[in-house]
Design a binder for this molecule. Structure first.
Ligand SMILES: C[S@@+](CC[C@H](N)C(=O)[O-])C[C@H]1O[C@@H](n2cnc3c(N)ncnc32)[C@H](O)[C@@H]1O
Length: 317
């Protein structure tokens, strides 16, 4: 090889190969960022993530790492309980008909199997030896929370609380008086306009499937200590049609609000509570957008004296 050729080869080795290597690195870097920009334009980051999922982390540029971090936030944002509930109702579908949600036929069968006391709109039968005379305590409500969490399919669970919460904003007590049976009484004077109770997913269970609700009732029936509660929960239930949904869900409150009686048509003054949906701001501790009852709350429509029974208007579901 001539001296000239040797010099050319040396130049090629010392400058050309590093240049080719440099250009190759620049080429792949640009190619990757072009894909990124193109996908950013389409608002579609999925291919980038898929592409990079197989690369060791050290090969990712800080820019790409940042995009991935933002994407992870976007696709997996921390979900509030309310958001989880909405997604679950949407994905599980709820119950297809109102009739199925009430499940009256099955409820009638188990009522006669247990021998539940008769209840009608006229009140509790005074001479019924098995009448609803039991005054629930925190332990009673806790038994319902336990039954719910023990039976409801985990994918359908929409109640974060596992034990009784006192959701009353005013002091109350439960007493038994005929003909209505158990009722809720004010322990102190309540001024007109006071909010006395509000529904949240902490005190109100949601059943998304008719099977779950049956399992819940059967669970209560198995234990002699809670068997009578299977009769009670029949009367404490409500069927709700969530907004923008074709299907139904079953709401069951696990506290004294289920014992609120209504008023006698001939005694108009008796009614003292009304219900409204809350328009709470998100920072309010009671804010719970996807509560079964849409954050319904009861408020005093007039001054209520200490010792007076709290009464609501019943609405048919
Ligand atoms: C949701 S429960 C209320 C709690 C019920 N008192 C109890 O002890 O379980 C509804 C039932 O209470 C009774 N009730 C409510 N308001 C009444 C009223 N003003 N007069 C007679 N009975 C009433 C009816 O038997 C009704 O079906």
């Amino acid at each position: 090889m001539s001296k000239r050729s040797k010099t050319s080869a040396r130049i090629l080795l010392s400058r050309g190969i590093p240049s080719i290597f440099f250009l190759t690195v620049v080429f792949f870097h640009l190619k990757r960022n072009l894909i990124l920009l193109r996908n950013q334009g389409n608002n579609d980051f999925s291919s980038i993530v898929a592409h990079n999922a197989f690369e060791p982390p050290h090969t990712k540029t800080p820019f790409l790492r940042n995009v991935e971090k933002n994407l992870a936030k976007e696709t997996n944002p921390p979900k509030s309980f309310g958001e989880q509930k909405k997604l679950r109702i949407q994905s599980r579908g709820g119950i297809s008909s109102r009739e199925l949600a009430w499940d009256w036929e099955w409820i009638e069968d188990i009522s006669s199997e247990i021998g539940c006391p008769e209840v009608d709109s006229e009140g509790i039968h005074a001479d019924d030896p098995k009448g609803y005379t039991n005054i629930p305590t925190a332990e009673t409500w806790n038994a319902l929370y336990r039954a719910y969490h023990a039976t409801v399919d985990p994918n359908n669970e929409l109640m974060p609380a596992t034990e009784y919460q006192n959701s009353w904003k005013v002091p109350i007590e439960v007493k038994f008086k005929l003909p209505e049976g158990r009722g809720v009484y004010a322990k102190e004077f309540i001024p007109k306009g006071t909010m006395v109770w509000s529904s949240t997913s902490r005190n109100t269970a949601t059943f998304l499937s008719h099977h779950d609700r049956r399992e819940f009732i059967k669970y209560l029936m198995k234990d002699p200590k809670t068997r009578h509660l299977a009769c009670d929960v029949r009367n404490w239930v409500d069927v709700v049609h969530p907004p923008n949904m074709e299907t139904f869900v079953v709401c069951e409150t696990f506290d004294e609000a289920v014992l609120l009686n209504t008023w006698d048509e001939n005694k108009e003054d008796e009614i003292n509570l009304d219900t409204k949906s809350l328009s709470l701001s998100a920072d309010n501790p009671d804010f719970d957008k996807y509560d079964c009852y849409e954050n319904d709350h009861y408020f005093a429509i007039r001054d209520i004296q200490a010792g007076e029974q709290l009464r609501i208007e019943y609405t048919s579901g």
